[in-house]
Design a protein around this ligand. Structure first.
Ligand code: DI6
Ligand code: FE
Length: 404
């Protein structure tokens, strides 16, 4: 028997424990899985169909962006200008702009138009070693448009050379036709939208936005109950702008992740630690909205909550197209270490998508999703502001790109 691909002469951050660094590593790949990884000196005697020297380059698990709203119509640069003149994100939302303006543009866009614009953004993210991305709906807010958005996300997974996990975020905002009738809209989400997307296998998880400008904890719980009855795991946009008890609610439902959580109280963080709910931090949104409230880093660490980092790529609060830049912001804004941010876009991001047993580490049996970098040490991935040290990507055992 021979391996399909053998990579030698590399330094590996396996992420097994901390960086899990192996200074002189080899990685053997069989099909779409890692067959062996370790010290080159310990490599079993076995032939390979293709052997490639990486010339001392670093290799990490392929990066995972575990929270994006990648599929949407239009852009909101005009709103950005309004905010720079003093309007707040919440004021713009209350005046009928914000998320609802992207809902109008997304409903008006054809499936082909949504696919084309999302593909461009995806290509930019993928250039930085991205091998898995989560994509949420949430700008359709009715049965046909939520389905349309999720079909586009699925199509990106089929043709894009990247693994796509989809999340139905129908409970993102109140659509204009339900003004003043939030409970009626939650009825629609529970009785029609979620069953429709589940029937077509369009969603791998269900998310909600629990916030003053979105949905209450009770409404969120109704959405979560429905998701559970459909066999779908849940996630939550929690405590981004105010403390809504979101972290505790997410933990109560054994959510895969609670995201944002800047305003979460310690009891909620402790509950997340017990439930194994991952904290997804989104420094792009914090930066772009010029927020002041930092996520509760010290309680997160004390309660052993796994921390992921993501772009939150969306047109309103985080038009971010670089996961590496988010790693830098995780360090500079949130005081994470470069080791924590790398775990945050690999191992812990995988856990936030329920893929922790198969993705996010360089380990025998795990997916052969690898990023190869022109760097001297892993901290460089969090260090540069711009630039792209990606030297190659192996996706599911096959070369997706290679510059050397
Ligand atoms: N929180 C966010 O940061 C995004 N959605 C959410 O629930 C913002 C989405 C937008 O402004 O379009
Ligand atoms: Fe978001």
């Amino acid at each position: 028997m021979s391996w399909d691909l053998l990579l030698t002469d590399c330094r590996a951050a396996t992420m097994a424990e901390g960086y899990g660094a192996v200074e002189d590593a080899a990685v053997a790949i069989e099909g779409d899985r890692i067959a062996w990884i370790g010290n080159r000196g310990d490599l079993p005697q076995q032939s390979a169909k293709e052997t490639v020297s990486l010339g001392g380059r670093w290799i990490t698990p392929g990066l995972i962006d575990c929270h994006t709203h990648l599929v949407f119509g239009g852009e909101r640069a005009g709103e950005f200008e309004q905010r720079l003149k003093g309007a707040t994100y919440e004021e713009i939302a209350k005046a009928g702009g914000g998320i609802v303006s992207t809902v109008r543009a997304t409903r008006a866009a054809s499936e082909a138009e949504l696919l084309a614009s999302a593909k461009q953004r995806l290509a930019t993210l993928m250039a930085e070693g991205l091998t898995t991305i989560e994509i949420k709906s949430g700008y359709g807010l009715d049965v046909p448009n939520e389905r349309k958005t999720l079909r586009v996300a699925r199509a990106l997974g089929r043709e894009g050379g990247v693994t796509v996990k989809t999340t139905c975020l129908a409970a993102h905002a109140l659509p204009p036709e339900f003004a003043g009738k939030a409970d009626d809209y939650i009825d629609l989400v529970c009785n029609e939208i979620l069953p429709a997307v589940a029937a077509d296998n369009l969603a791998d998880a269900v998310d909600a936005f629990s916030e003053r400008i979105a949905f209450t904890a009770d409404q969120t719980a109704r959405v979560f109950d429905k998701a559970k009855s459909l066999g779908l795991p849940v996630k939550l946009h929690a405590d981004q702008l105010s403390d809504m008890g979101g972290a505790a609610l997410a933990a109560r439902y054994n959510a895969l992740s609670a995201d944002h959580i800047e305003f979460s109280a310690e009891a909620g963080i402790a509950a997340m630690g017990k439930a194994g709910t991952v904290a997804v931090l989104l420094p792009g949104a914090f930066f772009f909205l010029r927020e002041k409230q930092l996520p509760p880093m010290e309680p997160l660490r004390r309660h052993n909550v796994r921390i992921a980092i993501s772009t939150d790529c969306n047109p309103g609060s985080s038009p971010a197209l670089s996961l590496l830049l988010m790693m830098n912001m995780g360090c500079t804004l949130f005081r994470m270490t470069p080791e924590e941010t790398l775990a945050g876009v690999t191992k812990h991001a995988a856990a936030a998508l329920g893929m922790g047993d198969t993705h996010g580490q360089l380990r025998a049996g795990y997916a052969a999703d690898l990023a190869i970098w022109d760097i001297d040490r892993p901290a460089e991935l969090s260090y540069w502001l711009g630039g792209n040290p990606s030297a190659g990507v192996v996706q599911a055992g096959r070369w997706r790109s290679r510059t050397f």
